[in-house]
Write a protein that binds this ligand. Structure first.
Ligand code: ZN
Length: 171
């Protein structure tokens, strides 16, 4: 009686665990390797140069000047390393076209809270932007530098552009 009851259970258990183990093993063996290879291949193909920028509770970008070449592909990674909530100290990274009136853009941005402070009416002034980030959040944006010129970049959270601004110079 015992054997009859136990054996089927053991068989099923073995099957299940064997099946589970195989899937886990094959996933562990193949996925990271394939993923890494794909990522490397994509990076090599795209040639996107990674630029890491942090933003903090003191309203400062870690980088305020970026040198680039026209036509170069850049991947800007923004990390908010602060602790204050997004409503009080949100940060984004907004790259504007050369010649954009930054103060006017920032004023319009301040009124665009529901659009993460990217003013829809001035979307044509924006080359690239990240999401608005709360504390310990990261976002990245990959884009091609359109042409030679001096591109202002800011955080468009209300009031921040005075402190949080820089220039991407493309040659
Ligand atoms: Zn900010």
């Amino acid at each position: 009686m015992n054997t009859r009851l136990v054996l089927p259970f053991v068989c099923v258990a073995l099957l299940l665990s064997a099946c589970g183990k195989n899937e886990t093993a094959s996933a562990a063996a193949s996925e990271p390797a394939a993923g890494a290879a794909t990522a490397n291949a994509a990076d090599a193909k795209a040639g996107a140069r990674v630029i890491e920028i942090t933003a903090n509770d003191q309203m400062k970008f870690s980088i305020t000047t970026i040198e680039a070449k026209a036509g170069e592909e850049l991947k800007v990674v923004l990390e908010n390393i602060g602790n204050l909530p997004i409503e009080a100290m949100g940060h984004n990274w907004v790259l504007l076209k050369p010649g954009t009136d930054v103060a006017s853009f920032a004023a319009a941005a301040a009124a665009a809270r529901t659009n993460e402070y990217i003013p829809p009416a001035l979307a044509d002034k924006v080359v690239a932007h990240t999401k608005l980030l709360g504390p310990k959040k990261t976002d990245s944006i990959t884009f091609t530098v359109p042409a030679a010129g001096e591109y202002p970049f800011i955080c468009s959270f209300p009031g921040h552009f005075v402190m949080m601004k820089g220039t991407l110079t493309a040659k």
